[in-house]
Design a protein around this ligand. Structure first.
Ligand code: GUN
Ligand code: ZN
Length: 491
């Protein structure tokens, strides 16, 4: 029984949760961002991450600390919290990333996990193998077996109250990812990072990231906190949270700053290309792009890192607010307009609408139909599934217009949902705000709804009354069509 993670609110697959970190004596609200602290390079001091940016948890690399004599001794004698001057929770990584970069590391899971425990880490990590995308199936399976051995070895280490990550690998094979997640969930480990997604994110393969996360989620229970390992660009937070990711770590704020790159929620800009700052953080209100270009290397890097971190935390707060309000998918929709690859990610997310539907609240504040993609939202899917289960008798008019007494019942039809009994007009999602000028996708979705209803009730008689627009947008004519189940058609 896992009792260290509790979900409070859902929106689509996204959730607001509480991660209890017993060793730190704190509860972290999720989704949470863990700024990465490079033990060698302090772009922003950990104490300031807490006081100025509100960081409740951060991540650092246990392997790097272990490899340096000075740092190893300091970490062992003082403990990480004292060393960093940070009171929140501290997660440590194991050196797997270095393993992936350099092909070899000289520690085993029991050694490095014990070390993470001894330096006071609150959440430790075994030595998993971050198998890159698109490798052969043999390689993916072989390395996954090694990762599973590392998880088994981690279970054998006495780590006291320290929580332990159980990374989910499997490259781009969704069946392997799902199995890896099931195996990880069956251990007594605590947090479930989806690993080796950095190459996908760097290549803007957001749709592949979505499929990989969806596969991992299928193998995990709802009480599993999910970390998207190495993901820290704010443009994809809404998308990844909607898939059910709870933890993110950002080295991006510092790495991008080193290359004069400026993060925004719509993508990355180069400082050289900016005439104006589209941001009101302290860095961007106190400086112009020209002024920052004129700073020495160290100052420029520090200022850009601060801006990058401000937008990153700001977006995470916006995402959390959207989950609370129930308009996360509207935010994902907005973010999808920032880059065609983000739109692919959003469309991939909607391919999993049936999974999102399971946790999507039955009622929310409002449904804003703001794009063709909205026709594939979980609410529309749920409505169509309901229509397919409804029992209907007699002569039913499905009408965009008013009630008609020539029929036993007059149902309303609203795109993208399709038909529904009039008394449901005031219930979510049929209260949706829909534009007058709907897209073809919305009408096709409505037609899907009509089809589901008609097919489920072959003995009822349905007539669809709708408006036809023969020419000008100013002129419309009513039209009535009798709807028959497909099997009954003579033509
Ligand atoms: N950091 C980014 N990706 C990974 C991963 O797959 N495994 C570990 N341990 N750390 C990571
Ligand atoms: Zn800024």
């Amino acid at each position: 029984m896992r009792d260290h993670f509790e979900v409070r609110d859902f929106d689509a697959g996204g959730r607001i949760g509480e991660l209890r970190v017993p060793r730190a004596g704190v509860t972290v609200e999720t989704p949470a961002l863990l700024p990465v602290i490079n033990p060698h390079i302090r772009t922003i001091a950990p104490a300031e991450l807490e006081s100025e940016f509100g960081a409740e948890i951060l991540i650092t690399n246990g392997y790097i600390l272990h490899q340096s004599d000075d740092m190893r001794e300091a970490a062992l004698s003082r403990g990480l919290h004292d060393l960093y001057g940070f009171d929140g929770a501290i997660m440590t990584d194991s050196g797997s990333f270095q393993l992936a970069e350099y092909g070899e590391i000289d520690v085993t899971t029991p050694e490095i996990l014990q070390f993470q425990h001894d330096i006071g880490s609150d959440i430790g990590t075994p030595v998993d193998i971050p198998t890159p995308p698109d490798v052969s199936r043999e390689q993916a399976e072989r390395e996954l077996a090694t990762t599973n051995e590392a998880l088994a070895a981690a279970e054998g280490v006495d780590v006291g109250e320290m929580l332990v990550n159980a990374p989910v690998q499997g490259s781009t094979y969704t069946d392997l990812r799902e199995r890896a997640a099931r195996d990880a969930y069956a251990t007594d480990l605590d947090v479930f990072p989806v690993g080796a997604v950095v190459p996908l994110l760097n290549a803007y393969r957001y749709d592949a990231m979505v499929d990989v996360v969806a596969a991992a989620k299928r193998g995990l229970g709802q009480d599993a906190p999910v970390h998207l390992f190495g993901a820290g660009h704010p443009m994809m937070f809404a998308l990844a949270v909607a898939m059910g990711c709870d933890l993110f770590d950002s080295a991006a704020y510092a790495l991008y700053a080193r290359d004069d790159r400026y993060l925004t929620v719509r993508g990355t800009e180069h400082l050289a290309d900016l005439q104006y700052f589209p941001c009101s953080c302290p860095v961007c209100t106190d400086n112009t792009p020209k002024e920052i270009r004129g700073c020495d290397d160290e100052t420029r890097e520090r200022l850009l890192a601060r801006h990058n971190l401000h937008v990153t935390f700001e977006e995470m707060r916006r995402v959390k607010q959207a989950v609370r309000k129930g308009n996360l998918l509207e935010l994902v929709d907005a973010r999808a307009r920032g880059h065609p690859a983000m739109l692919d990610g959003y469309r991939a997310l909607l391919d999993h609408a049936d999974r999102l539907e399971r946790t999507d609240p039955v009622s929310k504040d409002a449904f804003f139909h703001v794009s063709a993609e909205c026709s594939r939202r979980p609410e529309v899917l749920r409505h169509h599934e309901r229509l397919a289960r409804l029992d209907v008798e007699g002569d039913v008019l499905l009408s965009e217009g008013n009630k008609n007494d020539d029929y036993d019942a007059t149902w309303r039809v609203v795109a993208p949902f399709g038909p529904f009994p009039r008394h449901l007009s005031d219930s979510y999602p049929l209260t949706a705000e829909v534009p007058e000028r709907r897209s073809r996708d919305a009408y096709e979705a409505a037609a899907e709804g009509v089809r589901a209803l008609v097919e489920a009730n072959p003995d009822a008689r349905f007539t669809l009354a709708h408006w036809r627009w023969p020419g000008s947008a100013l002129e419309r004519v009513p039209e009535r069509v009798e709807m028959r189940p497909l099997g009954d058609r003579e033509d």
